[in-house]
Design a protein around this ligand. Structure first.
Ligand code: FAD
Length: 351
């Protein structure tokens, strides 16, 4: 209502099919709609989620990846059901690595049981994320109701660090369209809102000075890339991808030798972490959630700090040469050993 009072027009049931561009100046000047109408504007914001309908249809070279590699995406299925009144469980089981992805069953919410199945959108895995979830539901059917109360659909999500740049002349990219997610979980609600807040201030300023050129939108890049969120999530990307490539024996080694120090995230006193180990299937009980802590693993080769440092060094102003150098360093840092022939399955029991 506040937006409408301030002059915002909302158009419902509109499908954008791509940008309108000025090829000569390489500027985004509007959007094409599927009803063959066009909307022109001084500034376009691509917040179309995973598809990035503007980002992926720009016909000229950009400072960001227009297409997201399939190995940087997950296909997911999530379903939330009622927790049966007799059930007092409040823990969560996260199965990592299975089908190069993750699945969970969580009893952490008071009245609900949350099931997720997800894996890297690269392989022809012979089970769908939905089937993964239904196997879990079958296992826990005596603890949950039969009806879906939330979710119940499949979707693709980005699982990588944010785009190197989230701007072009006349364009801001926000949220999943800019891969502003935590690559260890796919969560992107908080970061999307955070980015939107930064972007709105930058957009206002750009419109006030009547210039939506890349240089004038750049402060959005700077503030987002320097942020703690981005530093953490960029390094999680390396950590998680490296982690997915470990064999079961390597996982065993990593846990046994505390290379991933889950204990520092656990509780204290009587709630201190218990680490139980079974052959090739480590079971770990910790108090805090967050697979992001697996980032500790990648610290072994210094990549985590290097990645964070690079985020902090994000160029303050747009200069094609400086940015190219920074991007080159980022891509060098980001070489990930990605061996999809090594599936494994490990189970974290989080209470
Ligand atoms: C199953 C599942 C569970 C998740 N659970 C969590 C969670 O618990 N916590 C969390 O933080 N994150 C979660 N996420 C991720 C989270 O949903 C996203 O990170 C977040 O919604 C991104 O917000 P967004 O606005 O960028 O994109 P979206 O929420 O995807 O919004 C994009 C919008 O653009 C519209 N759109 C797309 N294409 C077009 C087009 N061509 N024309 C016009 N409109 C278009 C869409 O209809 C949609 O309304 C989950 C994702 C999935 C798939």
């Amino acid at each position: 209502n506040e937006a409408i009072e301030n002059g915002v027009n909302f158009y419902d049931n509109i499908n954008v099919i791509g940008p309108i561009v000025n090829e000569k100046t390489q500027t985004i000047i509007g959007v094409k709609l599927d009803n063959s109408k066009n909307i022109k504007a001084k500034l376009i914001v691509d917040c179309s989620g995973y598809e990035g309908v503007i980002r992926s249809n720009i016909p000229f070279e950009t400072d960001f990846d227009k297409n997201i590699r399939r190995e940087d995406t997950y296909i997911t299925y999530r379903e939330i059901r009622k927790k049966l009144p007799s059930v007092s469980d409040s823990h969560e089981i996260v199965i990592i690595g299975k089908n190069h992805g993750l699945s969970w069953v969580s009893f952490q919410q008071d009245n609900y049981v949350d099931f997720l199945g997800a894996y890297t959108n690269l392989l022809s895995v012979d089970i769908s994320p939905k089937e993964m979830v239904y196997k879990l539901i079958e296992k826990y059917k005596d603890k949950c109701g039969t009806k879906i109360v939330k979710g119940g659909y499949s979707a693709s999500i980005p699982m990588r660090r944010a785009l190197d740049s989230c701007v072009a002349d006349g364009l801001l990219i926000i949220g999943d369209a800019a891969c502003q997610v935590d690559p260890s979980t796919g969560s992107g609600v908080a970061t999307s809102l955070y980015a939107a807040h930064i972007a709105s201030n930058v957009a206002l300023n750009a419109l006030n000075i009547d210039s939506t050129k890349k240089e004038d939108l750049w402060p959005y890049n700077v503030e987002y890339h320097h942020s703690e969120y981005n530093q953490e999530y960029s390094s999680n990307d390396i950590a998680v991808k490296n982690f997915h490539n470990l064999s079961e024996e390597e996982i065993e080694y990593v846990f046994a030798n505390d290379i991933i120090d889950l204990r520092r995230f656990g509780g204290s006193g009587s709630n201190a972490t218990i680490i139980k180990k079974e052959k090739y299937r480590p079971k770990i009980s910790i108090r805090s959630k967050i697979l992001a802590h697996l980032a500790k693993f990648a610290e072994t080769d210094g990549k985590i700090e290097e990645m964070k440092e690079l985020c902090r060094e994000y160029p303050e102003n747009y200069n094609p040469e400086t940015f190219k150098t920074w991007r080159g360093k980022m891509n060098n840092c980001y070489v990930v050993r990605y061996d999809l022939d090594k599936p494994f399955e490990s189970e974290l029991v989080i209470s």
